[in-house]
Design a protein around this ligand. Structure first.
Ligand code: ZN
Length: 307
């Protein structure tokens, strides 16, 4: 059976438990199972329990150990389908939609989505941006208007999560995007973010915000004064501004609320989708899969609860 190209095909493909397991093994261990504790290749497979026993350290392991799937009672086929839905949904997908489609609870779907976003995060630190790079900041959240009263009160008590979050975006024209949540839009923090993500000497395009003047000295800094015009030749920040609209539409339309604590995960999800936009759904799915190893979070540290 050929690899799936659509969600429908993915559901059919992974519905077969053996095929699903084979797929997971191939993806996780291209050279065959490896003990996650001692890296030994010597093992005994216990078919009835779908686990391996390491001949060196005697510990048991499954294909989920050491991945974002670890400790989850949810079957791999549902994980793969949830992953497919997340990477292929242009404007994002809600935990309710995933719960309905996969026949799981919304709480489980929410948890899966956060783990999957963690996997998507990885690819965004591979290389620095270069060439023509537009830089801009935006403000997200902080509105309590449409919120349930109890929730509003809870947020009000915690000022930190009530105010708007500052997000800086750096977008390489015809290339990739990087985003980061900042505590404030200070010259120091804006400068550090640009230095971290953009190769020195690149062409920087910003609006006239004072925060970019200092860091701009390390680049060929082009400033568009929005009081005068929005575009002057190739000097504009229209691409990053379109990206912000897309991001905000996704957050408003799909997610019930974005807690500031989780904002970076939504940003990473959107950036992953943007950076793989020339790929098809299968390509995006495979890119996400290649990043799942070695990522692990618990339900507790996802929700920020004290353990
Ligand atoms: Zn071992």
């Amino acid at each position: 059976m050929k690899l799936p190209s659509t969600l429908q095909e993915a559901i059919e493909y992974f519905a077969d438990a053996q095929r699903c397991l084979d797929f997971a093994i191939a993806m996780r261990w291209p050279q065959g199972p490896v003990c996650p504790r001692c890296n030994s290749l010597e093992h005994r497979f216990v078919k009835t329990r779908t686990l391996w026993v390491c001949k060196s350290c005697q510990k048991q392991y499954t294909v989920k150990v050491g991945t974002i799937f670890e400790d989850s009672p949810i079957k791999l086929n549902k994980w793969f389908c949830a992953m497919w839905m997340i990477v292929s949904a242009k404007n994002g997908v809600s935990s309710y939609e995933i719960a309905r489609s996969l026949g799981i609870t919304q709480k489980s779907a929410w948890f899966m989505m956060h783990r999957i976003r963690l996997a998507l995060q990885h690819g965004s630190i591979d290389r620095k941006l270069m060439g023509d790079v537009e830089v801009d900041e935006t403000y997200i959240g902080g509105k309590a208007r449409n919120m349930h009263k109890d929730k509003q009160a809870k947020l009000m008590r915690n000022e930190g999560s009530f105010r708007k979050a500052v997000v800086i975006g750096m977008l390489e024209r015809k290339g990739e995007v990087r985003t980061a949540v900042l505590n404030t839009a200070s010259t120091k923090l804006l400068g550090e973010a640009v230095q971290k993500h953009v190769v020195p000497g690149s062409n920087l395009f910003t609006d006239q915000a004072a925060g970019y003047i200092k860091v701009g000295r390390e680049y060929a800094h082009n400033v568009i004064n929005h009081a005068e015009a929005y575009v002057q030749g190739n000097i504009h920040t229209n691409t990053i501004e379109s990206y912000w609209s897309l991001l905000k539409r996704g957050i408003k339309g799909t997610y019930v609320s974005v807690e500031p604590f989780h904002l970076f995960r939504y940003l990473d999800e959107q950036a992953f989708r943007f950076n793989t936009r020339k790929d098809n759904d299968q390509g995006r799915f495979m890119a996400a899969l290649s990043q799942i190893s070695g990522k692990r979070v618990t339900y507790k540290n996802l929700t920020g609860l004290p353990s």
